[in-house]
Write a protein that binds this ligand. Sequence first.
Ligand code: SAH
Ligand code: SF4
Ligand code: F3S
Length: 465
Amino acid sequence: MTSKRKLHIKSYGCQMNVYDAQRMVDSLAGEGFVESASAEDADLVILNTCHIREKASEKVYSELGRLRAAKTEAAQNGREMQIAVAGCVAQAEGDEIIRRAPVVDIVVGPQSYHHLPQLIARAKTQGRAIETEFPVQDKFGVLPQPAASAIRARGISAFVTVQEGCDKFCTFCVVPYTRGAEVSRPVEKIVEDVKRLTDNGVREITLIGQNVNAYHGEGKDGASWPLGKLLHRLAEIPGVARMRYSTSHPRDVEDSLIAAHRELPQLMPFVHLPVQSGSDRILAAMNRKHTARDYCEIIERFRASRQDIAFSSDFIVGFPGETEEDFSATLALVTQIGYAAAYSFKYSPRPGTPAADMQETVSTAGMDERLARLQDLINSQQSAFNKAAIGTTMDVLFEAEGRVPGQMVGRSAYLQPVHVMASPDIVGRVLPVTIEKLERYSLFGALASPVSTVQPTPFQMTIGA
Ligand code: SAH
Ligand code: SF4
Ligand code: F3S
């Protein structure tokens, strides 16, 4: 048998990239690769890149600079190191990457990961291999490749891709160009993936997609199913204790999704629903196709379906033409909604997007100042939300041992880390915890009932086996 080759993979960007990285590791395991924590001794280094903002996409070139030294050193020791650039920068820049950084051997777009073994072989014989085509879809929007198939279970919580790509074309965003048109996976394929994961100890699944609630996959009945119906089907699978989905778009919030929050106790009451801005003028320039009022009404529909629901969002400050008045409307919206968490970014012009040609740019100093004000407001909401947990009893899904001996860590419905002193056999269980204190973003408490009263479920036996 030939010796194992070492693979080092570094991921940037969104959950989809994290998922894709695991998928690449799993598929290359079949080619004799084992994952390595360090790039220096790897035979293949993959940078799984993100193009969303300039800062994210420039990181790849500084990383490639460092890898050049490692590759030269490997060659001096008679060892070949291949360097691949995957992800959204690969898709957006293609062979331009090799022109700028000749150290790169392989450029592979997100739609072509199933060809990695051939690309690795081609790069060995021909020196370079580049593949960034978008494959043609059939009438159901199904790609002629196995698309995203289940990855190996790596713990208690797992991502499952249900939808990829985006047809929304927000004027600031590269995703429709790097990930292509919206495609949904068939219901039965997702069911198979989730069964496989739960058989291996997974208890929480997060359905992911660039526009997850635009999901319209084909059901067994041949009809197109919305996300709410898919969630109902997945809730029937034994072992699925918790479900989440991310990222959703306000325009695609359908009644079936709202109803799922009322009807499915497994569906966590925490929704990431990015709004970007509170100003209707800016929302229109962004091509979001909803107003601030539409957004607030959607939030109200969610709240009416489940009282304990909480929200997170994304915001962009300094979009071209954003005035102080527009920005005040964003602050007013945040104040009105009251978020449990939120991410905010300075607008970054991206090549090829319509907003990049807009003239009325906001100064960097102006953006910095607005970002600081917005983040102050968001932080105060987040800490108020976390503080409100003190004294309450909340369900926690335990995932792992904590840093302190004897301590276990899990997550609340709202993804807050919760620490208790308990025995390691609570991993994989959802248990009520009475919260005693908050330190930074972590909650600390005590199990609310003796653990021995909780029946272990069959799949817990497989954990760690
Ligand atoms: N599909 C998701 C978001 C994907 S990108 C959605 O529609 O909401 C994640 C976040 O990055 C976006 O919500 C947005 O806030 C931010 N973002 C995207 N493009 C950006 C740009 N050009 N400059 C700054 N932030 C950007
Ligand atoms: Fe980008 Fe808009 Fe699509 Fe989200 S909905 S991925 S922000 S184009
Ligand atoms: Fe980045 Fe591509 Fe995700 S641009 S955010 S890695 S879809």
